[in-house]
Design a binder for this molecule. Structure first.
Ligand SMILES: [Zn+2]
Ligand SMILES: [Zn+2]
Length: 333
């Protein structure tokens, strides 16, 4: 261990490169929690394996792929537009029914109940890439081994630790909202619905139980797996790989990663997001495709969204890192 890899003691002492204090101390989660998390992570891949065997020589029905796309879009936008931009950051005000609909759609993404999701994400913004961040890829330092370990931790390792984020502290507004606490309590039922609906739709479309099964696997579990890994990639890859055209807070290393822009519905413009977290658009530059921002624009035109915080051109200019050749350097260094 070199001097710079000595664990630091407090957040104020963090230098941007050392392992976080207590990085090696993992409070193990309860066995039931570990088993449940493991099942949620592993089962979709078992489904993928099963599907390849089933589909071999028979192809996959168009209905399966159309259903998978539809469920991916609805639950994905529920997470990005609902959980993230509306409920975590207040980027716009939604009609009450739309707010609930988005919270329900996001809950069907299998990423935790709405209030806990928001609490964890607000904590991520409060402590980005510093001790206290629930899923920073810099947890184990910036050496090669530490960085690889940190990526695994930020992607999905953090889900297996018992690191509670108190909603009372980070999401008191949602706890005080009866509609949101109802959606929170309905989370297990919404997860069941998220898998039952593709099965029923596949069954109805094909008229066979086999059609229901393939729709359940493709539009249910495989769709969940893809959305989870795209979301987790924003936590892991989008703090390590990519460009940093905008200034962020000290130690905050969020990046823009264009290959994930479409699949993540614009969330991989993560440097833009961290530079201005309450902004409704994350793709701040021309050509940065941001379907979530487009959806919020549509809601605004329909009169369903108001007080939208669109990017301010002057602010965007001021936040730009100059000179551009240094834009790949860690922000704040
Ligand atoms: Zn982030
Ligand atoms: Zn955010």
């Amino acid at each position: 261990m070199t001097i710079s890899e000595q664990p630091v003691k407090r957040r104020q002492d963090y230098d941007g490169t050392s392992p976080f204090p207590g990085a090696e101390e993992h409070a193990p989660a309860r066995r039931a929690q570990v088993a449940l998390t493991a099942a949620i992570v592993i089962l979709p891949f078992v489904a993928l394996g099963a599907m390849i065997v089933l589909a071999w020589g028979q192809g996959v029905a168009l209905a399966d792929l159309l259903l998978a796309t539809a469920f991916y879009v609805v639950t994905g936008l529920g997470v990005t537009v609902g959980f993230h931009r509306l409920l975590t950051h207040g980027s716009f005000t939604a009609r009450p029914w739309l707010r609930v609909a988005l919270a329900i759609a996001g809950s069907m993404g299998f990423q935790g109940n709405v209030i806990d999701w928001v609490a964890v994400h607000r904590r991520h913004h409060a402590f980005t890439d510093e001790p206290g961040d629930p899923h920073s890829p810099y947890r184990y330092g910036t050496g090669l081994r530490g960085q690889l370990r940190g990526l695994a931790h930020a992607h999905l390792g953090w889900l297996f630790t018992d690191d509670q984020t108190p909603a009372e502290r980070y999401a008191p507004d949602l706890l005080a909202d009866p509609a949101m606490t109802r959606v929170m309590r309905a989370f297990p039922a919404l997860c069941a619905l998220s898998l039952a609906l593709p099965f029923l739709a596949g069954w109805a479309i094909t008229g066979t139980l086999y059609g229901g099964l393939t729709a359940f696997l493709w539009a249910g579990l495989i769709r969940v797996a893809l959305l989870q890994h795209v979301t987790w990639s924003v936590n892991s890859l989008c703090h390590v790989i990519g460009s940093r055209p905008f200034k962020t807070r000290r130690h905050d290393r969020a990046t823009n990663l264009w290959p994930l822009a479409l699949l993540s519905f614009g969330e991989s413009w993560h440097n833009g997001h961290h530079s201005d977290p309450t902004c409704a658009r994350h793709g701040l530059d021309r050509g940065q495709i941001d379907p979530s921002g487009g959806m919020i624009r549509l809601f605004e035109r329909l009169g369903w969204a108001s007080d939208v915080r669109w990017p301010d051109a002057d602010r965007v200019q001021r936040r730009r890192t100059v000179p551009l050749s240094r834009s790949r350097a860690p922000a704040g260094d």
